[in-house]
Design a protein around this ligand. Structure first.
Ligand SMILES: O=C(O)CCC(=O)C(=O)O
Length: 242
């Protein structure tokens, strides 16, 4: 693709649409994702829960979340270095990945994530977090249809009142949505969605296993980057600090 100044100004996702969801097919190549999965599997074996801080231990044992040392590894961002300009273009104007990534390994049903909107999790952060972002959810699995996936409520939603549910953070009081959707993903596909999109972990009837690794990348627009925070620019392929 020819990069022109006009191209640089183009926007492919309407920033006023906070509830969109789309399957970006083959965002990553199967080979690259499987290689990264092998690396993740090996590094996961080295986790010693007793060596983790109380926060990391809770997040790891209850939610299957990777400890900081793993999340801060730059390897997860290397995957973006071989994403084609056409795919990067599909994500415009969201061109900066927040650092660090969220990595999850769901193992059993009490680890499933209840209905929520991603923007409300940001409100729980000490510095107030990002108030506008999108999520790029990537199953790190060779056969994503055989493991839990993510389900979305269809519709337009403002931010909805949330509460602490069990150990989970910004969970919705509502849970009965008449129209929901989920996607049949292939290895390398990613679900990209707005921060008001209502979603949860979904276990299709035919899953073979609960065990699922996944990456959650969050992307923001350059103008929304927070000072003092780190990002990876997916067009320039470099880490930056604002
Ligand atoms: O891991 C899951 O099933 C849920 C993922 C999720 O909530 C997210 O990507 O924001």
């Amino acid at each position: 693709m020819q990069v022109t100044s006009n191209y640089r100004k183009q926007i492919m996702i309407d920033p006023t649409d906070r509830c969109f969801v789309k399957n970006v097919e083959q965002l990553f190549s199967r080979d690259a994702l499987i290689r990264t999965r092998e690396y993740l599997k090996n590094i996961w074996k080295t986790i010693d829960p007793d060596a983790l801080s109380a926060r990391e231990k809770k997040n790891h044992l209850i939610f299957g979340v990777a400890p900081d040392e793993i999340r801060f590894d730059h390897t997860w961002y290397n995957l973006w270095k071989s994403v084609s300009p056409e795919k990067i273009y599909e994500l415009r104007p969201y061109t900066r990945l927040m650092f660090p990534i969220q990595i999850r390994r769901i193992l059993q049903d009490d680890m499933l994530v209840p209905w929520h909107q991603d923007v409300t999790y940001q409100y729980l952060r000490k510095n107030g977090g990002q108030d506008h972002l999108i999520t790029c959810f990537v199953p790190v699995e060779p056969e994503p249809t055989t493991v839990p996936t993510v389900e979305f409520a269809v519709g337009e939603f403002p931010t909805i009142t949330y509460e602490q549910l069990g150990n989970h953070g910004a969970t919705l009081e509502l849970s009965d949505f008449p129209d929901t959707i989920h996607f049949e993903l292939n290895c390398g596909d990613a679900l990209v969605f707005g921060d008001h999109a209502l979603h949860r972990t979904y276990v299709p009837a035919n899953v073979e296993s609960f065990a699922r690794w996944s990456f959650e990348y969050r992307l923001v627009r350059p103008e929304d980057c927070l000072s003092g925070s780190d990002y990876f620019d997916i067009e320039e392929k470099v880490f930056i600090r604002i």
